[in-house]
Each structure stands twice: as structure tokens, then as C-alpha cells.
Design a protein around this ligand. Structure first.
Ligand code: ZN
Length: 127
């Protein structure tokens, strides 16, 4: 694609993404695009590439994950848990313990990822 075709495609992608319920806006020029990534307590506006905006409407979650530096699965877990990290312990039924290991909620994506990698246990499991 040449430059004008790319711009046209991005403008169309912006409309398509917004129509699909995403929040995306062009800032200053078409080269500066920001996407409202659903996070803790609202949206976080993060710069995105035109290429990411082109893919946004098809798989918003994947792009949100890329923008906050998580995998898609991590992003979903982070978002659905509201930034809580769950215990690494196992319940008597053999399932992953659902107790959080940290009291502060709404960890940022990167704080959450780091804490999750470190692991830990709830009070019931010796944390
Ligand atoms: Zn536990």
C-alpha cells in the first residue's frame, strides 16, 4: 500500500473499531493513534501503530493485550480479576485456589504481570 492508501485504510479501521465498541482516536496526525484500552477503573489511552489499528476491530482483546504488554490470556485474566493476583495453591478439590495473594486491587498490567510471575500464596495456603 502507498501512503494515501494506508491513511485511507487506517481511517476506515478507526471507524470500524469505534463501530465495534472500541475507543480509538487519531491524535494530531494520522501517524499518532491512541487506543482506549479497558483497564483498571476506566480506559488507559495508549499509542498504537496504524497496523494495530487495522487489526483492532477484528480482535480488540488481542490488541489491548499487546498495548499493555501482556498476552491475550494474561490480559483477560488481569481484566477479569480486576488486577488481582490469585494464590498459587491448590484446593482440596485439586483446583487452583481463587483467593487473592495481595490486598491492593487494580494493579497496573505490568505490576500485575510481575507479581503473578513471582507467585505467592493466600493466608490459607501459608502466604
Ligand atoms: Zn490459597
Amino acid at each position: 500500500m502507498n501512503q494515501s492508501e494506508i491513511s485511507k485504510a487506517v481511517v476506515e479501521a478507526l471507524a470500524r473499531a469505534n463501530g465495534a465498541g472500541c475507543n480509538v482516536r487519531a491524535r494530531y496526525t494520522e501517524c499518532a493513534l491512541t487506543v482506549g484500552v479497558p483497564g483498571m477503573g476506566g480506559f488507559e489511552w495508549i499509542d498504537a501503530t496504524p497496523e494495530q489499528v487495522l487489526r483492532l476491530a477484528d480482535d480488540p482483546t488481542a490488541i489491548y493485550a499487546e498495548l499493555v504488554g501482556l498476552t491475550k490470556a494474561e490480559y483477560l485474566e488481569w481484566f477479569e480479576s480486576q488486577g488481582l493476583v490469585y494464590c498459587s495453591g491448590t484446593t482440596v478439590k485439586g483446583q487452583r485456589c481463587k483467593n487473592p495473594i495481595v490486598r491492593p486491587q487494580a494493579l497496573s498490567a505490568q505490576d500485575w504481570k510481575k507479581l503473578r510471575e513471582d507467585g505467592g500464596y493466600c493466608h490459607a495456603h501459608g502466604g
